[in-house]
Design a protein around this ligand. Structure first.
Ligand SMILES: *[C@@H]1O[C@H](CO)[C@@H](O)[C@H](O)[C@H]1NC(C)=O
Ligand SMILES: *[C@@H]1O[C@H](CO)[C@@H](O)[C@H](O)[C@H]1NC(C)=O
Ligand SMILES: *[C@@H]1O[C@H](CO)[C@@H](O)[C@H](O)[C@H]1NC(C)=O
Ligand SMILES: *[C@@H]1O[C@H](CO)[C@@H](O)[C@H](O)[C@H]1NC(C)=O
Ligand SMILES: *[C@@H]1O[C@H](CO)[C@@H](O)[C@H](O)[C@H]1NC(C)=O
Ligand SMILES: *[C@@H]1O[C@H](CO)[C@@H](O)[C@H](O)[C@H]1NC(C)=O
Length: 166
């Protein structure tokens, strides 16, 4: 009988400890959930931070032009702003771009102007799956090649706070 009693006490202590641990875990978990929500909120505020026409989103600043220029001119314009034309390397970035471009077609930093048929991003990387000629605009539906001398709006991208033109 003594054996069963000590077993009972051991189990009781175990259960009490586990209950306490569960309570702590739940409390900690609630804190974690709240912390996570706060973090997400802060991130959202940060992602939408705008400064002199530049929008911050996930470690890059983006600038959407209001004018329309040809590809070369808008690349120069971006560079004067200390940036370069937008390079899209994720679906998320593509989605974000669509939002900030408000359904306009915009120039992106992709061209085969150097060598016909060889698609290069403005950072020098080659795009292997390309099939366009000339320069590339991104519309709300897809990317399309077009003559580099046509005029569209454009988006500049910079991953540091760009210098502000006077
Ligand atoms: C819950 O968090 C506290 C400190 O905030 C910590 O001391 C405790 O060990 C945590 N409990 C569990 C079960 O992780
Ligand atoms: C930030 O922008 C995203 C996407 O446009 C939007 O869903 C979110 O509500 C915005 N957050 C704030 C704090 O404005
Ligand atoms: C995505 O593009 C940016 C420049 O636009 C670059 O800094 C970054 O390294 C690229 N990320 C990947 C995974 O290629
Ligand atoms: C250049 O940009 C493209 C598209 O954003 C990206 O996939 C690639 O990794 C970049 N290359 C370098 C060298 O940064
Ligand atoms: C772009 O426009 C500028 C100024 O109008 C012009 O000098 C240049 O030749 C044009 N470039 C192309 C590729 O049409
Ligand atoms: C663009 O250049 C082509 C010839 O390469 C010409 O036919 C066309 O008229 C030009 N368009 C504009 C808007 O300058």
């Amino acid at each position: 009988a003594l054996g069963r009693l000590s077993l009972f006490i051991v189990l009781l202590i175990k259960i009490t400890n586990l209950t306490e641990e569960r309570h702590q875990l739940l409390t900690n978990n609630t804190n974690l959930i709240q912390l996570n929500e706060q973090l997400e909120e802060l991130k959202n505020e940060l992602w939408n931070f705008t400064h002199n026409g530049w929008i911050y989103y996930k470690f890059s600043f983006y600038y959407v032009s209001t004018e329309m220029k040809n590809w070369t001119e808008n690349r120069i314009n971006c560079m004067e702003r200390g940036a370069d034309l937008l390079m899209i390397n994720s679906t998320e970035e593509q989605e974000f771009m669509k939002k900030i471009a408000c359904s306009s077609s915009v120039w992106i930093g992709l061209t085969d102007a150097d060598e016909e048929g060889i698609w290069k991003w403005v950072n020098g990387s080659t795009l292997t799956s390309g099939f366009w000629s000339n320069c590339v605009v991104s519309s709300s539906i897809s990317w399309a090649d077009t003559q580099c001398n046509y005029t569209y709006k454009w988006i500049c991208e910079n991953n540091i706070l760009p210098v502000v033109l006077p």
